[in-house]
Design a binder for this molecule. Structure first.
Ligand code: RIB
Length: 297
């Protein structure tokens, strides 16, 4: 069984600010760093660091070589990453003194996925293989249909949520990982338990992880609901905390771990990520997560 993540790779330009700017405001940043990121790349690296071999498929543009290097350094297979001319996917991220962020995303090369490329990539995968997706590349609906037709098991983190997801046949998804906002956008419900039950009504075969920020996370499948709290740490930068949670939780399923233990592992990994700057740079390795306790902070 192979794991493919078809997703974005971004250069994250991260600006340290006292507080996040309001409309019309101009202010100097305290610092700026460039980090490797993108929901796709972050989740591939989280999976790899959690010990799961993963193939990443996607496109990089000008200046994207450091993203390939990040894959190589973290053991992510780069056979299906293509370099094309033009701007690389990138973001402008403000991080405030409390570690909270806001992210402006420019798709760049991530929006140049062609159906031919999708077919070429999927030709190397088969029934029973896993496909992980987010919503930062184009052709998401085609990727879902083509992978489902092959019998791949599809996991979707529908983030960031936009109208492209409305074109997707979400009945083909086996596992959703959503936050409260995405849960609301899919179901129109605001209460966590109602979000879960509505997703189960809409997609009865799917398992669901609902992350609730400071309130932890919930998981639901046909056997019921599991609840998990968070590990409180001093937040330095919340970027990629959700991606770290996603990668570690999926790794726990693939390792056959009980769900409650998997949620706990993912909560620890994302707490460590929150306590560090950057996206991929903040993702901890498996040994560190296994030996970490909240008082290490
Ligand atoms: O989830 C965090 C990621 O979202 C960042 O790394 C940024 O690239 C955006 O895609």
């Amino acid at each position: 069984m192979k794991v493919l993540n078809f997703g974005s790779l971004n250069l994250d330009y991260v600006y340290q600010v006292e507080s996040i700017l309001v409309p019309g405001e101009t202010r100097a940043a305290r610092d700026r760093n460039t980090f490797c990121g993108g929901k796709g790349l972050n989740q591939s690296i989280a999976l790899a660091k959690a010990g799961i071999p993963v193939y990443h498929a996607g496109m990089i543009g000008d200046g994207g070589e450091i993203l390939l290097q990040a894959c190589a350094e973290n053991g992510v297979n780069t056979e299906f990453i293509r370099k094309i001319p033009g701007p690389c996917g990138h973001t402008v991220i403000q991080v405030d003194k409390n570690g909270q962020n806001c992210i402006l995303l420019f798709g760049g090369a991530n929006r140049s996925i062609t159906r031919e490329f999708v077919d070429e990539v999927l030709a190397s995968f088969e029934k029973g293989d896993i496909l992980l997706l987010q919503n930062e590349v184009n052709e998401l609906d085609y990727i879902i249909d083509a992978a489902y037709a092959k019998g791949m098991m599809i996991i979707l983190n529908p983030s960031p949520y936009d109208s492209a997801l409305e074109a997707c046949d979400l009945s083909k998804i086996s596992l959703f990982l959503v936050n409260e906002i995405e849960g609301y956008q899919i179901t129109g419900e605001k209460e966590p338990d109602k979000i879960l039950s509505r997703i189960r009504e809409l997609y009865p075969h799917a398992k669901i992880v609902l992350t609730l920020g400071g309130e932890g996370s919930l998981y639901q499948d046909e056997n019921g609901i599991c609840r998990q709290g968070i590990y409180r740490v001093k937040a330095v930068d919340t970027t990629a905390a959700g991606d770290t949670f996603t990668g570690y939780f999926i790794s726990s399923i693939l390792d056959g771990m009980p769900v409650q233990e998997g949620l706990d592992l993912a909560a620890k990994a994302s707490a460590i990520a929150v306590s560090r700057p950057g996206a991929t740079a903040s993702i901890p390795g498996r040994e560190e997560v296994l030996h970490w306790t909240a008082k290490d902070m």
